[in-house]
Ligand binder design. Structure first.
Ligand code: CTP
Length: 402
């Protein structure tokens, strides 16, 4: 469940901060990607260097650091994670969270996030039992913050009682349970989705092919995000280097014709998203044997035939049309206008239009979401964040319209 999860770990200033290095190590063993924010008080207990070395990532500390802000703004920092884990969460940190105080990077990220938050309280037993902390705890619970621990036992201050931060193993279990539960009760649970991804390869002969450029990163990320939201997802993908997303049924194909057949075999579905870069043409007569090059002879001319349009086929289906069909528009100019025209031409409900003149295979995407309400321009985001934002818009649409 933690494979490829991005965890923003906020380490605040309690003695249990010394457990942070072990926590990071275990999270990474489970395949998670960990990025840390270390508070000023946290730095009294653990060094940024050790957190950076173990997480393999820069450690963020300063709200007003020009270099950090240009590297990764504090808003993005809080939104590029799948979950924010505050461990340890001191009494002071809990109080600030309760009252929306944002006076450093950690508390600002917590106020700016739209992601789930889990906290592992850690403090002296009297502080934990204090009416103020208990009131804060209730408020945080009411707001949906996940609370893990604290346990009872010997405390660093010499007293005995509740206040020990949950053990690292318990935090890992809590995170696993969280992702498991979210999947089972997600906003798209009970809905079936089809996603196409990657390029198609159209053979010229057994060793050569023509293809579009596509890494498959965006399509695969969308399949993963929909699965995370609880949908039953089938990913029909052309050849890519991308690993299969967890919890997604994957059908691997090569050509556009195979992709179409695989998509039709998956129907009926509630949602279809065509993110594949399907080759518009195939070689009309692919050779069964390898074409040989003989010195001085004219190169063979390729005669092309048009491939089926999978997006248009799904959008214009007379029977079992998915209730929501979303296409992509890869454009090199006039992205918004061309994307809007493509939405009408293909008959799909939404178009995600992106400018591909900057190249292919990168980890970020700048897109416009075009619906019957017009175009909404999103900021440049990681492909994973684009996928999550799209999944969350789909979930809202499904709730209101299905
Ligand atoms: N698409 C498809 N089948 C095709 C061609 C495209 O399903 N044979 C889908 C893509 O998955 C994408 C959308 O159609 O969702 C638009 O793809 P794009 O390559 O931008 O558009 P084209 O239809 O190829 O138009 P053009 O090349 O003229 O821009």
């Amino acid at each position: 469940m933690l494979e490829n999860r991005r965890i923003l770990l906020i380490v605040s200033g309690g003695i249990a901060a010394v457990k942070a290095p072990d926590l990071i190590r275990r999270l990474r063993e489970h395949g998670a990607k960990v990025r840390c924010i270390l508070t000023k008080a946290g730095e009294q207990f653990v060094t940024p260097m050790s957190l950076a070395a173990l997480s393999g990532e820069k450690v963020f500390q300063d709200l007003f650091s020009l270099t950090d802000e240009s590297d990764m703004g504090h808003i993005n920092l809080s939104r590029e994670a799948d979950i924010i884990l505050v461990a340890p969460a001191t009494a002071n940190m809990m109080a600030k969270m309760t009252h929306g105080i944002a006076d450093d990077l950690a508390t600002t990220a917590l106020l700016a996030t739209d992601k789930p938050v889990m906290i592992a309280p850690s403090m002296n037993v009297m502080m934990w039992n204090h009416a103020a902390t208990q009131e804060n705890l209730k408020t945080l619970q009411k707001r949906g913050i996940e609370i893990v621990g604290p346990g009872a036992g010997d405390l660093a201050c010499g007293e005995v009682g509740d206040g020990r931060m949950a053990e690292v193993a318990d935090l890992i279990t809590a995170l696993n349970t969280f992702f498991q539960t979210r999947k089972q009760s997600g906003p798209l649970s009970g809905y079936a989705a089809l996603v196409t991804s990657g390029p198609t390869h159209e053979p010229i002969d057994p060793v050569r092919y023509i293809a579009n450029r596509s890494s498959g990163k965006q399509g695969h990320a969308i399949a993963a995000a929909l699965a995370d939201f609880g949908a039953k997802v089938t990913l029909v993908t052309g050849p890519t280097q991308e690993p299969n997303p967890n919890g997604v049924a994957v059908v691997a194909v090569e050509t556009a014709q195979q992709m179409l057949e695989a998509c039709l075999a998956v129907k009926p579905v509630d949602i279809a998203i065509c993110a594949a870069a399907v080759a518009d043409w195939r070689v009309a007569q692919a050779s069964d044997g390898k074409l040989k090059k003989t010195n001085g002879s004219t190169p063979p001319a390729l005669s092309l035939a048009e491939n089926p349009d999978i997006l248009a086929t799904l959008s214009q289906a007379k029977t079992d049309r998915p209730k929501l069909v979303i296409g992509f528009a890869a454009e090199t100019e006039n992205t918004l206008e061309n994307g809007t025209a493509k939405r009408t031409k293909k008959g799909c409900d939404w178009i995600v239009a992106n400018d591909v003149s900057a190249g292919f295979g990168g980890d970020t995407n700048t897109v416009h979401l075009i619906t019957d309400q017009g175009g909404d321009s999103w900021p440049t985001l990681s492909k994973k964040a684009v996928a999550e934002r799209l999944a969350s818009q789909i979930a809202t649409h499904v709730k209101q319209n299905f």
